[in-house]
Design a protein around this ligand. Sequence first.
Ligand SMILES: [Zn+2]
Length: 344
Amino acid sequence: MRATVMYKAGDVRIEKVPDPKLIEPTDAIISVTRACICGSDLWPYKNMERTDNGRVMGHEAIGIVADVGRDVRTIKRGDLVIMPFAFSDGSCEFCQEGLQTSCVHGGFFGSIEVAGAQAEAVRIPQADGTLFRLDVDKDNELMPSLLTLSDVMGTGHHAAVTAKVGPGKKAAVVGDGAVGLCGVIAAKRLGAEQIILLGRHADRIALAKEFGATDIVSERGDEAVERVHELTGGFGVHSVLECVGLDQSMETAIKIARPGGAVGRVGVPQHGMMPASEPAFYHNVTVSGGPAPVRAYIKELLPDVLEGRIHPGRVLDRTIGLDGVPDGYRAMNEREAIKVMVQP
Ligand SMILES: [Zn+2]
């Protein structure tokens, strides 16, 4: 089959690789009908050290089940399924608590160990716990929005939940990538009355406003902090959704939280230390978040997608075939596209 292989920063190729095979009796194989390129794929695209064997990329997909191992019970051949970015058994104590990204038998797609989904097919460990079956046609017009439930919409929702967004609260979203934009949808959905987007790209700002952003702050650093304070009666916001992962964005996130507020971070941290420890301490700011258990959130978010109350698929502003994936990475890296959908 053909798959996307990254060898080092900037080096993404479409190559013939061996077809995925069932390894464990709990595995399934899915034939990928939709995948996408993630903002977090841009970190290795910028920084990855050279490897001889490369890494098959991609952790977001919808596909049709092509084969199942003998111990798979709830998923069968022909099912149309969402593949969340992490696999999980669905039964360990963390899965039962709704934190599938900490599953004791879990892991992440598109890592060195487990091949990714920017490919014609992918092996799914722990198929019963991992996959979510959809009762729609494989070419349903809602497919882009359904695809976001594999990562970005669930991740934006996790930022909002861990930032304690609720009715009447003031929220801010740091970052105007696909996750930040989905964070705006999530904050509105959970009842925030003011939603400030910190971003600087005109196309993304326009979409954020349609999704429910009430104010835009395009300054950075201390100027951004000052602007948010001006917009919130001087105190900052109750809830900050940190959707970038850099030191500066985290520092801004903590400084725009009002005393007693919360920061929900979902941007993959690019540094080992957490900045702004002192303001976080003196303002009693809760810092939470991490890899979103999107598998847990599909059930909650799916009806809103199916019934047309939210349209997160609008962040997918370009569609390509597998051959277009290397250029898709370039386009996202150069901010020419918000998020790229792949139809292998
Ligand atoms: Zn588990």
